[in-house]
Ligand binder design. Structure first.
Ligand code: CDP
Length: 226
């Protein structure tokens, strides 16, 4: 550690808004380590469900959050809708959020090597509360959103590509319930930081969104180096 603040890009937004894809592409272009913070909540949910416990039970959920490991984070079952639903229930529990907070902060302070053992220049983290709670002084904050219908279309397509049967109406309904739970919870709700750049990707070309975000990051990186 040099004592300098790490370079952090915070990307928040609702389910299937395109934030994950954008985060991955930006990380690759700018040699940043990428953390999908939703996976931490999903991994916790998977462990709770595997134990036959209730995601709303703080004891069971905190015990599961402590057991999140690289193996669980790589489990393909994380992408299921049942896990998504359970993760949004336990993510409203303050003790669960507190348990997962240090992992997310440490990630940016000590970002893991990327690609062929290259030391990253910083980190990009996507989630719901990265710009508001996890890294409120991030160098770049983006809030990526899209209409519920556009997001449900994307998520249904993703699920079908993974071989899961997905009915658009059910996916839309699940997503609206999850958005409401994530936005209305008392602790770290889904919200844009006051200084976040809002990007509505409904009907927008993903490459254009990527180029616009890249311009912001290139400028912030240049300023960070000075
Ligand atoms: O991929 P998708 O956008 O559908 O969801 P995700 O990012 O994998 O997050 C799953 C759930 O974890 C969300 O619905 C939130 O309830 C929770 N979450 C959170 O509370 N805070 C974060 N920083 C990230 C996810």
């Amino acid at each position: 550690m040099t004592g300098r603040r790490p370079f952090v890009v915070a990307i928040d937004g609702p389910a299937a808004s395109g934030k994950g894809t954008l985060a991955r592409r930006l990380a690759e272009r700018f040699v940043l380590a990428h953390l999908d913070s939703g996976k931490l909540y999903r991994a916790t949910a998977l462990l709770v469900l595997a134990a036959g416990a209730d995601p709303a039970d703080p004891g069971a959920a905190v015990a599961a959050a402590r057991r999140v490991s690289p193996a669980v984070l790589g489990n393909p079952l994380l992408s299921s809708e049942a896990v998504a639903r359970a993760s949004s229930i336990l993510s409203a529990l303050p003790a669960v959020r507190a348990e997962l907070l240090s992992m997310q902060r440490d990630f940016a302070v000590h970002p893991p090597v990327v690609g062929d053992r290259v030391k990253p220049r910083g980190a990009v983290i996507d989630g719901r509360d990265i710009g508001t709670v996890v890294w409120p002084d991030a160098a770049v904050k983006l809030f990526v959103t899209a209409s519920p219908e556009a997001r449900a279309e994307r998520r249904a397509k993703e699920l079908r590509e993974c071989g899961a049967p997905a009915i658009y109406g059910d996916v839309l309904q699940d997503m609206k319930e999850r958005d409401a739970r994530d936005s209305l919870r008392r602790v770290a709700p889904l919200a844009a930081a006051p200084d976040a750049v809002i990007i509505d990707t409904t009907g927008l070309d993903a490459d254009q969104v990527f180029e616009n975000a890249s311009d912001l990051i290139a400028r912030a990186l240049a300023a960070h180096r000075q």
